[in-house]
Design a protein around this ligand. Structure first.
Ligand SMILES: Nc1ncnc2c1ncn2[C@@H]1O[C@H](COP(=O)(O)OP(=O)(O)O)[C@@H](O)[C@H]1O
Ligand SMILES: O=P(O)(O)O[C@H]1O[C@H](CO)[C@@H](O[C@H]2O[C@H](CO)[C@@H](O)[C@H](O)[C@H]2O)[C@H](O)[C@H]1O
Length: 477
């Protein structure tokens, strides 16, 4: 294995506050907003505060390496309250010059401060720094405020070759030799992160539908004595897997149905929900709790209408979906809530070459506060996410495939009912409210990240704003 490992453990000095920033700030101001994972797009970056900086390799050799947690200051989004700024995780490489293979990783050439004359880059693109991270996890290193931990009894083999995954992601992932995948969270908040908490709980429960975490990285910054940030999770890589989104598009392109896979996905979702209901606490939602969920949906709708004015004509109709749910609760209906996936869609489902489905990415909707993402929720929220995803797939081909989404949605609900013993379509008011909440989220997400996709959730908004809840039964086979 790389000799870098020897260098990781004794290093970890904290550069004086502001030392690195003097060199990096002018470059990061330009570079950060161009990153797919940067959540504050569309608002200028006005400054930075260093939350933690850890030297992994000193910059005096061929390669220097820093781990940074940086709070990025920006004016608040339209209608949002003032905010101290999001905290981002960066792993910064420092070289005299960047070899051509690392050109896509370039952050810039430093012209100020202590690193003047050096080239800085996103080190996750570089296999050598990626080795440093894996070796630190393997050896359970303590580096400054960084804590590299491994699940007891889990081994990490040496000599695995690292490659950064390319593609649309909210975070950044490195694959090691087709054996492990390390997901580095980009926007981080202190507290228990469901992307580690839930897969660990499922592993303890013996649920094989979710890859079990092998190791993870946390930060306990010296300046924030009570704060612990989950920064990265290492888990087994499902080699040769295709995600549900790719598979669905492939079948659509061939003019084929996706009904059998949709049914299998429904079963997989139900198995994960059943295991989670055993592994972590459940609660009963009466009118007061339901009211607070409905209030949350309504507040998100109001904020979404402000952020995306194209929603305004539908606001009244969308609200009616939430009011109908509140009405049922007022009549005395109760629901069981439990921990769920929180952002389930076809891209979060992996099919192994043997045909088995796994669910990944339990972080929840990245834009929601952590405390909210960890609350027990009605499991129908995940189901609504998947139903939306079949609709997305069918609308992403031209011309849209008539009936394709409806057949998948029905098969998914049937598969879920077979494994869970309850059919989500028997509660159409709840399902419509959650589908509406999801479609509103998607409108904001697309407006911020992929404006060309906005018509897809807007089409659902039009349908949901005008549909009678009982029509949700149309998805029944
Ligand atoms: N255990 C795994 N095995 C194989 N591929 C994986 C695994 N976990 C994630 N991936 C791949 O990495 C991609 C991004 O992972 P994900 O957890 O969804 O990150 P993000 O939150 O950044 O979107 C997935 O779409 C999938 O292609
Ligand atoms: O991948 P993430 O977990 O970060 O989720 C975010 O990005 C998703 C898109 O990549 C987004 O999902 C939406 O688009 C999908 C097709 O690309 C579709 O299958 C989903 O149904 C739709 O919600 C997701 O909402 C967002 O949180």
């Amino acid at each position: 294995m790389t000799p870098m490992a020897d260098k990781v453990t004794p290093s970890g000095t904290t550069p004086p506050s502001g030392h690195l920033l003097a060199s990096l700030a002018p470059l990061l101001r330009e570079w950060l907003p161009r990153q797919r994972w940067f959540a504050g797009k569309g608002r200028p970056v006005t400054g930075f505060t260093q939350v933690a900086a850890t030297e992994l390799l000193p910059p005096d050799g061929r390669l220097g390496l820093y781990h940074l947690l940086l709070r990025v200051h920006q004016p608040p989004a339209l209608g949002a309250p003032p905010h101290p700024g999001d905290c981002y995780q960066l792993v910064i490489g420092v070289r005299e010059a960047l070899p051509p293979r690392l050109a896509p990783a370039l952050i810039g050439h430093v012209i100020e401060g202590p690193l003047t004359g050096r080239t800085v880059y996103d080190a996750l693109y570089d296999p050598r720094p990626a080795d440093v991270l894996l070796e630190a996890l393997r050896t359970q290193a303590r580096v400054g405020g960084l804590r590299f931990d491994r699940e007891p009894g889990q081994e990490i083999r040496e000599g695995l070759v690292a490659r950064l995954m390319t593609g649309e992601q909210s975070n950044s992932s490195i694959v090691y030799g087709d054996t492990f995948i390390l997901k580095l969270l980009r926007r981080v908040v202190p507290g228990v992160n469901p992307d580690l908490e839930i897969p660990r709980a499922l592993a303890r429960e013996g649920c094989a539908r979710v890859p079990a975490p092998t190791a993870w990285l946390r930060a306990e910054p010296a300046d924030e004595p009570d704060a612990s940030y989950v920064l990265a999770v290492l888990q087994p890589f499902v080699s040769g897997a295709a995600d549900g989104w790719e598979l669905a598009l492939r079948e659509l392109a061939k003019g084929e149905d996706f009904v059998a896979e949709a049914r299998a996905l429904g079963r997989a979702t139900a198995e994960v929900h059943t295991a989670l209901a055993h592994a972590l606490p459940t609660v009963t939602l009466g009118h007061a709790q339901l009211r607070s969920l409905v209030d949350g949906m309504t507040e998100r709708l109001v904020a979404a209408v402000q952020a995306v004015p194209a929603l305004r004509p539908y606001e009244r109709g969308l609200r009616s979906a939430f009011e109908a749910l509140d009405g049922l609760a007022a009549e005395g209906r109760t629901w069981t809530a439990q921990r769920i996936h929180g952002d389930l869609h076809l891209g979060q489902c992996l099919r192994s070459p043997s045909g088995a489905w796994s669910l990944i990415d339990f972080e929840g909707e990245p834009a929601r506060p952590l405390a909210e993402r960890r609350l027990p929720q009605p499991p129908v929220r995940d189901i609504a996410g998947m139903l939306r995803s079949f609709d997305y797939a069918a609308r992403s081909v031209s011309p849209p495939a008539p009936g394709w989404a409806d057949r998948c949605r029905a098969a998914y609900c049937s598969g879920y009912a077979e494994a869970a013993g309850r059919d989500p379509r028997t509660d159409p008011v709840l399902l419509r409210a959650y589908e509406t909440d999801k479609a509103v989220y998607e409108v904001v997400y697309e407006a911020r990240h992929r404006p060309d996709w906005l018509p897809v959730p807007l089409a659902a908004v039009r349908r949901l704003a005008t549909s009678d809840p009982t029509l949700a039964r149309e998805t029944r086979q």
